[in-house]
Design a protein around this ligand. Structure first.
Ligand SMILES: CC(C)(COP(=O)(O)OP(=O)(O)OC[C@H]1O[C@@H](n2cnc3c(N)ncnc32)[C@H](O)[C@@H]1OP(=O)(O)O)[C@@H](O)C(=O)NCCC(=O)NCCS
Length: 383
């Protein structure tokens, strides 16, 4: 007899099914928005450069034609095929440095919004969907040599659930500052530049070069030989800013126009942060809202003293921007040892996450099953 799971297939939802998924996920992820605004945001995110033209794929787990599953708890109101579980994947430009030292350029898939309707939970549907998704993404790699290379996701349900399907947990730490309006250090305007949208393209391009240089380095002692990175290109950044802008329009009737800050040290070497806000709560619940550094960049030649000064100046702007937009905190993911020390000196709390936003990576194709060193594992790659 065929296993009941073999009657389940991974499929592309119709527009109506996709809307059904969004309605179902609104209570989970849309607390800051009305249902209508949430549906409008999801629709609009489909048009963002990172997502359009095949960049975003929606997936559902459903039944083969003519097959059925036991009805959900409480009975079914579905008129068409059942949506047993759902998720989406976003394509991201990526690099992998193999054991042979050769760098390949291709695609990474970010998996987002993994969801099973409460009435269908605990029946193995999400696990089945993820298994089929991993197989599908892996086949895409085999068929398009040099293209899909790995997949990432950010688990809010601990480390075990996704590891079963080979999305293995990676370091998931952050430095966190409390938002504040009254912490503005005196910094000369020549040293500190506030970043607006038009300032971002050259910085993002410079950052890409830094990541290319970093990934070309031999493996760090004690770290895996294979190194992987998602490129923090403008499409990545824009995706976050579009989400942020949409929610801020709803909450504050304005879009933030300060997207980061850049500090130029006396040697000319620069330090910068690009950020975006993320709202899990309303204006009345700032503790649930965070201003995230999407990327924190330290160019070569920045002394420890310059780094401390740069961080002090940049964080002060970020803390004020956070406080002005109902975000109680500022977070910087996976700071290296030197940045972490400077942040803690400034009063940051260092947090090792063990349940939420667990950064997880599934190596595909040639590197399947191999341990990977994830370079620049910062918030910009989140989806
Ligand atoms: C997480 C979720 C997708 C699981 O869907 P599901 O179809 O019930 O999952 P499965 O039946 O395949 O697997 C159930 C397993 O997930 C685990 N799980 C479910 N929710 C969990 C949670 N919040 N924390 C930790 N583990 C959880 C169960 O304990 C179970 O583990 P077991 O097999 O060892 O007993 C579903 O609970 C959901 O939609 N939750 C709300 C949205 C969400 O948090 N999504 C994940 C975002 S990263």
């Amino acid at each position: 007899m065929a296993s009941p799971k073999s009657s389940l297939i991974l499929a592309s939802p119709t527009d109506e099914e996709r809307r059904r998924c969004w309605k179902a996920t609104h209570p989970q992820w849309g607390a800051a928005l009305s249902l209508d605004a949430y549906l409008a945001r999801e629709q609009r995110q489909l048009e963002i450069p990172l997502a359009r033209n095949g960049g975003l794929t929606n997936w559902i787990l459903t039944t083969r034609e003519g097959e059925s599953v036991p009805p959900p708890a409480g009975g079914s109101t579905d008129t068409g095929r059942p949506v047993l579980s759902s998720c989406e994947t976003l394509k991201k430009r990526a690099l992998v440095r193999g054991k042979d030292g050769i760098i390949r350029e291709g695609t990474a898939h970010g998996v987002a919004s993994v969801f099973t309707d409460p009435a269908y939970r605990g029946r193995g549907y999400a696990t089945t969907m993820l298994r089929q998704l991993a197989d599908t993404l892996g086949k895409m790699e085999e068929e398009n040599r040099g293209d899909a290379m790995f997949s990432v996701l950010y688990s809010d349900v601990g480390k075990k659930f996704y590891a079963v399907n080979e999305w293995f947990p990676h370091p998931s730490n952050h430095a966190e500052f409390a938002a504040s309006v009254d912490d503005t250090p005196a910094v000369s305007p020549e040293a500190l530049k506030i970043l607006h949208f038009d300032d971002l393209p050259p910085l993002v391009a410079a950052d890409e070069q830094l990541i290319r240089k970093e990934i070309a380095q031999p493996p760090h002692p004690g770290h895996p030989a294979i190194r992987a990175a998602i490129l923090p290109d403008l499409d990545q950044i824009h995706w976050h800013l579009a989400r942020e802008g949409f929610v801020c329009e709803q909450l504050f009737s304005r879009r933030p126009n300060v997207h980061g800050a850049l500090y130029t040290s006396s040697s000319g070497a620069r330090v910068w942060a690009i950020w975006a806000r993320s709202f899990s709560g309303t204006v009345a619940e700032p503790a649930k809202n965070t201003l995230f550094f999407l990327r924190f960049v330290v160019e070569e030649g920045v002394s420890d003293e310059d780094l401390r000064e740069a961080l002090r100046a940049i964080v002060a702007v970020a803390k004020k921007e956070a406080a002005d937009t109902a975000c109680a905190k500022v977070q910087m993911w996976n700071p290296d040892r030197r940045v972490r020390a400077a942040a803690e000196e400034l009063g940051a709390k260092y947090v090792v996450r063990d349940n939420d936003s667990i950064t997880s990576l599934n190596a595909l194709g040639e590197i399947r099953g191999e341990p990977v060193d994830w370079v620049a594992n910062e918030k910009y790659a989140w989806c």
